[in-house]
Ligand binder design. Structure first.
Ligand code: ADP
Length: 318
């Protein structure tokens, strides 16, 4: 019987090398002869979980509030609608918003009989997030880097992701510790999608994300220009709230693919706040078409780059 997980406890062993993942022995064939220390064991566990996932896609931005989590949710939904097994790993420790966007706010994760964390399921997505571990959603997370390292390990290695075609990893804004640690632990990232808005200040930051990916040897799938123009509901004229075209110019400038624009659409806000992913509930609208189109490009990029494993989809993808 699964039991409820309240809080992920950072290791109490301080700087010791002792392995604190004893429960993971249940999925190890070599538990009798295991000589791994804590670091070796946690890396082994992440590798073990990740070897059942065909493609790992990072969603990043250097600036907060540009729509990274909204894009992650809707792009993941688009691929799930096509029939793929999709997961979302919400790595944004300080602003974990994915559960809210899929109507799972206040939910708690459960622990399986083998000790792994069972991801939350919504809209055919498997989701794990810091938000599921908070007693009170208003609590701020004030953690030192060692705790964050432990949490990232748990989210990648502790969660029973099982077989997935795509795992979307929603990174926190910036190029700090969480992003570096995630890339290091994954080892083999299929690619990164960089979200920006069209105005200068966001573009400046998106260029930093491009450089960060290049330096980290993460393939860049492309740049998405979010909040790109608002259609006036009265006269239907395009209002360039955050300007327009900057994302594409920036992509050309940096020599990386441009994946497309998503308009500033008030219905996206309403649906996100209601926990109903826009790309699912308004699937045949022009804005949803933008998400579907970008998701198709992510899929094509991943398939082209190939994977060591093959996971059967839920149904024949269309
Ligand atoms: P980030 O993850 O980059 O911090 P979020 O995804 O949380 O950003 O989005 C910030 C806010 O912008 C949310 O209120 C979200 O609903 C809204 N938003 C995101 N994309 C769009 C869009 N294309 N149109 C309208 N609102 C959007």
């Amino acid at each position: 019987m699964a039991r409820e997980l309240n809080v992920i406890q950072p290791s109490s062993s301080g700087g010791s090398d002792a392995c604190t993942y004893m429960w993971a022995c249940a999925i190890c064939d070599e538990n009798e002869s295991c000589q791994k220390d804590k670091e070796g064991h946690s890396r082994w566990l992440v590798a073990k979980r990740m070897e059942r996932i065909e493609y790992k896609v990072l969603i990043m931005s250097n600036k907060g509030g540009v729509g990274k989590s909204t894009c992650t949710t809707n792009l993941a939904v688009s691929l799930a609608l096509k029939g793929w097994h999709v997961g979302i790993c919400d790595m944004d420790i300080h602003g974990p918003n994915i559960p809210k966007m899929v109507g799972a706010e206040g939910q708690k994760l459960k622990i399986s009989t083998s000790g792994g964390i069972i991801p939350f399921q919504a809209y055919n997505l498997k989701i794990a997030s810091m938000s599921f571990l908070l007693q009170n959603p208003d609590d701020p997370i004030i953690w030192r880097d060692a705790y964050k390292y432990e949490f990232i390990n748990q989210l990648l290695g502790g969660v029973e992701w099982q077989d997935l075609n795509f795992l979307f990893i929603d990174l926190p804004p910036g190029t700090g510790n969480e992003s570096v640690t995630t890339i290091d632990l994954l080892g083999n990232v299929s690619g990164a999608v960089i979200i920006t808005t069209p105005q200068e200040v966001a573009l400046l930051d998106s260029r930093k994300s491009v450089t960060f990916c290049k330096d980290s040897e993460v393939p860049i799938i492309g740049i998405v220009e979010n909040m790109s123009g608002l259609e006036c509901p009265h006269c239907h004229k395009d209002i360039e709230v955050f300007r327009k075209g900057g994302g594409e110019a920036s992509a050309n400038d940096m020599g990386v693919p441009f994946l497309g624009r998503i308009p500033l659409d008030p219905d996206v806000v309403m649906q996100s706040d209601a926990g109903e992913p826009f790309a699912m509930f308004n699937s045949d609208t022009a804005t949803a078409e933008c998400y579907h189109n970008i998701a198709n490009q992510i899929e094509a990029f991943c398939k082209k780059s190939g994977s060591l494993i093959k996971v059967a989809p839920r149904h024949a993808p269309h």
